[in-house]
Design a protein around this ligand. Structure first.
Ligand code: HEC
Ligand code: HEC
Length: 389
C-alpha cells in the first residue's frame, strides 16, 4: 500500500484509538473483580479521601496495579505475606493504575503507622524519612495567623482513605495503633505543647519524660529482649557507623541534638524519645541494649516510631544502639565525632532486676500489656486525635 497522507492519517488514527481502547476503555469495561476477603465498602469520608488521592496524583507513583512481589510492605509484620488481590480494590469505581512505581505499593498501608506519622509525612516526607523523594503536600495544610498549621478537611479525609488501604486487615491494625496510643498517652506527664492543640483540636496531654513513659516503653518489649546482650562490641568504628545510621534515618523525629526536637515532633503525640539524659541512658528501664534494639527493629505501635527492620541491617541497628549511648556526652554534637570516651555502659537498675527475676512479669504490673483491640469499638469513636480542621 502506498504511503499517502490519507493512509498515514488513517493508520495513525487506528493506532491512537486502539491504544485508548486498550489502556482506558478495556480496564473500565472488564475490571469488575469480586470483593476479596478483606475488601469492605468505603465510608463517604474515605471516598472523598480517594478523590483527594486522585487529584494530587498519588497514583502516578503509588500504582494500585497489584503484583505478587509487592506483598512485603514496610513494617507490616502481621500481614503474613498476604499477596494483594484485585478484589481488594473491588469497591473502587475505576482502578488507579499509575505508570510508575517511584513509591512503595500501598495496598496494605492502613494501620501500619498511626495518624500522627502520616500528618508529619504529608507535611514533608523528609521529616520522617530524610532520604524520601516523595513531594511534600504542605499545601494541604492551612496556615493560621500565629504561624501554626491545621490540616485541611481534604487532608483529614486523605488520611482516612490511606488508613483504610488493606480493608478489614487495615481496620485491625489501625485499632491496635489506637489502643496502644492510649498506653503512651496515659504515660505522658510533663507540660503540654500548644501546637498539638492547634493541629489536632484536642488538648495535648504533654511531653513524655520520666518513669511512667519508660515503663510503657518497656512493657511493649517481649521479655526475651529485656536482657539481650549487645553482640556488636562498641568501638570507635561502630560508633561512627551508628552516627551515620542516626543522621540518615532518625534526625527528623529524634532531632539533630537527640532531644526530640526534630521538625516532625510538632506533629507527633507522643513526641520522639529524648536520648540526652545521661541517667536514663545509663540505667533506664527501657534503655537496655536489647530494648533499644527491639524498638528500632519492630517500631513502637501507637507511636510514630516506625519499624526499621526492612531498611537497616542487624549490624546497622546494633551500631546505632551503641551510638545512642554517646548522645548525652556529645556523641552527636562534639566536633571529634562519637568516641569511646563518650560511651555510657548501661546497667540495670534495682527495679528492673526485680522485674527480670519475676517470671512472665510485666513491668507495670500486668495492666498495660494486655491490650486487646476491638476494631468495632474503635471505629465507632473514630480517630481520637484528629478533628476536622
Ligand atoms: C513522586 C512520587 C510520589 C508521589 C507523587 C507520592 N508519593 Fe508517596 N511515596 C513516594 C516514595 C518514594 C515513598 C517512600 C519514601 C517515604 O516514605 O517518603 C512514598 C511513601 C509514601 C507513604 C508511606 C509508606 C510507608 O509506610 O513507608 C505513603 C502513605 C504515601 N507515600 C502516600 C502518598 C499519597 C497519599 C500521595 C499523594 C498525596 C503520595 N504518596 C504521592 C513517592 C511518591
Ligand atoms: C517518625 C518519627 C521517628 C523516627 C523517624 C524515628 N523515631 Fe524513634 N521514636 C519515635 C517516637 C514517637 C518514639 C516513642 C517515644 C516515647 O514514647 O517516649 C520513639 C522511640 C524510640 C526508641 C525507644 C526508646 C526507649 O527507651 O525504649 C528508640 C530506641 C528509638 N526511637 C530509636 C530510633 C532510631 C535509632 C531511629 C532511626 C533509625 C528512630 N528512632 C527513628 C519517633 C521516631
Amino acid at each position: 500500500m502506498r504511503m499517502t497522507l490519507g493512509s498515514t492519517a488513517v493508520g495513525a488514527a487506528i493506532v491512537v484509538f486502539s491504544v485508548i481502547f486498550v489502556v482506558v476503555a478495556m480496564p473500565a469495561l472488564v475490571f469488575h473483580p469480586k470483593p476479596s476477603d478483606i475488601a469492605e465498602p468505603y465510608t463517604p469520608q474515605q471516598l472523598h479521601g480517594r478523590e483527594v488521592y486522585m487529584a494530587n496524583g498519588c497514583f502516578y507513583c503509588h500504582s494500585q496495579f497489584i503484583r505478587p512481589q509487592d506483598w512485603n510492605q514496610p513494617g507490616v509484620t502481621d500481614s503474613n505475606g498476604r499477596v494483594a488481590q484485585a478484589g481488594d480494590y473491588a469497591y473502587q469505581q475505576t482502578a488507579l493504575l499509575g505508570q510508575h512505581r517511584n513509591g512503595p505499593d500501598l495496598s496494605e498501608e492502613g494501620g501500619v503507622h498511626p495518624d500522627d506519622w502520616h500528618y508529619a509525612h504529608f507535611f514533608n516526607p523528609r521529616f520522617v524519612n530524610p532520604k524520601s523523594i516523595m513531594p511534600q503536600f504542605s499545601y494541604l495544610w492551612n496556615t493560621n495567623s500565629d504561624g501554626t498549621v491545621t490540616p485541611t478537611p481534604d487532608l483529614v479525609d486523605l488520611v482516612a482513605y490511606v488508613q483504610n488501604l488493606g480493608g478489614k486487615l487495615a481496620d485491625e491494625r489501625y485499632a491496635e495503633q489506637l489502643s496502644q496510643k492510649k498506653l503512651f498517652a496515659d504515660a505522658i506527664i510533663a507540660p503540654s505543647n500548644p501546637q498539638i492543640e492547634q493541629i489536632y483540636g484536642v488538648k495535648d496531654p504533654g511531653q513524655q519524660f520520666g518513669d511512667t513513659n519508660q515503663k510503657a516503653l518497656l512493657s511493649v518489649v517481649p521479655q526475651k529482649f529485656w536482657d539481650l546482650l549487645d553482640p556488636v562490641p562498641a568501638d570507635d568504628r561502630s560508633l561512627i557507623d551508628g552516627k551515620t545510621v542516626y543522621v540518615t534515618n532518625c534526625i527528623g523525629c529524634h532531632g539533630v541534638l537527640g532531644n526530640a526536637n526534630g521538625p516532625a515532633d510538632q506533629f507527633l503525640n507522643p513526641y520522639a524519645y529524648n536520648f540526652t539524659n545521661a541517667d536514663n541512658m545509663a540505667h533506664g528501664l527501657s534503655t537496655s541494649p536489647g530494648s533499644l534494639y527491639e524498638h528500632i527493629l519492630y517500631g513502637i505501635k501507637g507511636t510514630a516510631m516506625q519499624p526499621f527492620g526492612q531498611d537497616l541491617t542487624v549490624q546497622n541497628i546494633w551500631d546505632v544502639v551503641n551510638f545512642l549511648y554517646t548522645i548525652p556526652n556529645g556523641g552527636l554534637t562534639a566536633p571529634g565525632g562519637p568516641t569511646m570516651s563518650m560511651y555510657i555502659q548501661w546497667s540495670p537498675s534495682r527495679e528492673l532486676e526485680d522485674l527480670l527475676k519475676a517470671p512472665q512479669a510485666t513491668p507495670s504490673g500486668g495492666s498495660t500489656t494486655a491490650v486487646t483491640p476491638s476494631p468495632a469499638a474503635f471505629r465507632e469513636q473514630g480517630p481520637p486525635v484528629v478533628v476536622r480542621g
